[in-house]
Design a protein around this ligand. Structure first.
Ligand code: RIB
Length: 315
């Protein structure tokens, strides 16, 4: 079983703030940190830390940030042979504010500068095709939307053609909403938006688990994707898989920073399904990984290992 992540690497510039800023508000924050992130890299690290053989395909700049990111991802046991070093563009950056208080402690706001992520293209798709073709066994491809959409579609097409299962974290949602992603839907097996992203894809909002479940069904109808999981943070998850549905409560944990919780969920889901866990157990496994990621600060630094997930599941 092999997990592939095709996507972004970002240097995260993180400041803790008393609450998330309002438009036009200047806030005094604290604890500035530069940390390793990017949804593509985070999901690869999540899967590797949970025990899967994992490869990352993406692009960094030829700068100190790029080197820091490659070291971090490689240090977690991820194969980075598929990460191009680009001497024409700087490494991707994410400005992250994390609230320490206010209405939503632990919640974040993220603004991205794509940098080299915006130049992920045919070279990376060709690498993925070659790697999948020379790697026997079942494959899981994790994709997100922090690299150009055309490249994500090409990567998912190639992976499906080689029998892989494709898991899409639709973040960030394009400004045009779900309509911009029509060309991607046919290649996706499992869609994992958080609640805000699901609302962006459907162009409407809702409250409560039953309405979230109905929204997951509507997303399945609209996209044709067989499995939709909406992750709802401290409200748990809802899932629609064919005619089956789940509304699952969250694990009770002390949340300090929600950054990369979705990435931990996606990496955990790929690992659990790749190991052949029954669907119900795989969902709980992924939820445990996501919950644990919120108990530590940062993205890759917060991703749990296998023993932590198993401890939380045992209770
Ligand atoms: O999902 C969290 C990630 O989103 C951060 O690490 C940041 O880089 C952005 O990509």
């Amino acid at each position: 079983m092999g997990v592939y992540s095709f996507g972004s690497l970002n240097l995260d510039l993180v400041i803790q703030a008393p609450h998330l800023p309002q438009p036009g508000e200047t806030l005094m924050g604290s604890q500035f940190q530069t940390l390793s992130g990017g949804k593509g890299a985070n999901q690869a690290v999540a899967a590797a830390r949970l025990g899967a053989t994992t490869r990352l395909v993406g692009r960094v700049g030829s700068d100190d940030f790029g080197r820091q990111l490659l070291e971090s991802v490689q240090g977690a046991g991820v194969d980075v042979a598929g990460v191009t070093v680009d001497d024409q563009m700087h490494t991707g950056l994410a400005l992250i504010t994390v609230a320490t208080g206010g209405a939503t402690p632990g919640e974040n706001q993220i603004v991205l500068a794509a940098g080299s992520n915006g130049r992920v293209g045919q070279g990376e798709v060709d690498y993925l095709a070659h790697a999948l073709g020379s790697d026997p066994g079942a494959h899981w491809l994790l994709v997100q939307l922090e690299v150009p959409l055309g490249s994500v579609v090409a990567a998912a097409t190639v992976a499906k053609g080689r029998g892989a299962t494709v898991i899409l974290d639709p973040a960030p949602v394009p400004v045009a909403g779900g309509a911009a992603l029509e060309s991607l839907w046919p290649w996706v097996d499992i869609l994992t938006p958080n609640e805000g992203e699901a609302q962006g894809l459907l162009g409407r909002s809702w409250q409560g688990p039953q309405e979230a479940l109905a929204a997951a069904q509507a997303l399945g109808d609209r996209t044709g994707i067989g499995t939709i999981i909406i992750t709802r943070g401290s409200q748990g998850i809802v899932c629609v898989r064919g005619s089956q549905t789940w509304i699952l409560d969250p694990f009770p944990v002390q949340t300090v920073d929600t950054t990369a919780a979705g990435d931990a969920f996606n990496g955990g889901l790929a690992v659990a399904l790749g190991e052949g866990q029954p669907w119900d157990e795989a969902l709980r496994w992924a939820m445990a990984a996501g919950a644990l990621a919120t108990t530590q600060r940062g993205a890759q630094d917060a991703l749990p290992d296998r023993s932590a997930v198993e401890r939380l599941l045992r209770g």
